[in-house]
Design a protein around this ligand. Structure first.
Ligand SMILES: C[S@@+](CC[C@H](N)C(=O)[O-])C[C@H]1O[C@@H](n2cnc3c(N)ncnc32)[C@H](O)[C@@H]1O
Length: 176
């Protein structure tokens, strides 16, 4: 009996990186109304390639510590590095860093280490990323993206309420 290597679809349930419809919409809103980034970093991306759809004109670096996931991105011609997000280095800072469901609670130092000054950080609250940044003096809160008008909620108390019931809501910060 010969051993046929498993396909990406058999291993991950998907043959190629995926795109999240809600986040394509939310990040496109950010791009059109707040900032159109030129260099985006998405750490702890797993097989989520959503920023490719939201930021078609940007250079996007994907980062994950799983060699198989990184290889999947590279096979599709995307820029991906296999590294620990606590210690990785890049030749230039990013004007947008996405912290979406990173799989662990990052320190604020880790969350901010890849951002340019004035750069934006967008995070959800799966691992308290957004909540922890609310307490940081190194950033200013821009707001939380909602799917109702107005699409941007800026009151920190309202944001704290929403993040408790909807950890997927994206919060925008700007590095000072
Ligand atoms: C829960 S998955 C989330 C994937 C993606 N952000 C999403 O929302 O679909 C977390 C990913 O983070 C990666 N990861 C966890 N700790 C990491 C670290 N210290 N450095 C780099 N990647 C890490 C894991 O390999 C995994 O692919």
């Amino acid at each position: 009996m010969t051993n046929t290597p498993l396909t990406d679809e058999q291993i991950y349930g998907h043959a190629s990186p995926q795109h999240d419809k809600r986040y394509v919409r939310d990040l496109s809103f950010f791009r059109d109304t707040i900032h159109s980034p030129s260099r985006v970093l998405y750490p702890c991306c797993n097989i989520d390639a959503t920023p490719v759809k939201a930021f078609p004109d940007a250079h996007i670096d994907f980062l994950d510590d799983s060699p198989e996931k990184v290889a999947m991105f590279k096979r599709r011609g995307l820029d991906a590095v296999c590294a620990d997000v606590n210690t990785a280095t890049f030749d230039a800072p990013h004007d947008l860093v996405l912290w979406i469901n990173p799989g662990f609670m990052p320190s604020n130092d880790t969350v901010l280490r890849y951002s340019s000054s004035d750069g934006y950080i967008i995070g959800d609250n799966h691992y308290w990323t957004g909540r922890n940044l609310l307490d940081s003096d190194a950033v200013r809160l821009v707001g939380m993206i909602r799917d109702i008008d107005p699409k941007l909620t800026t009151d920190p108390e309202v944001i704290k309420d929403i993040m408790r019931t909807d950890v997927r809501s994206l919060m925008i910060f700007q590095k000072k």
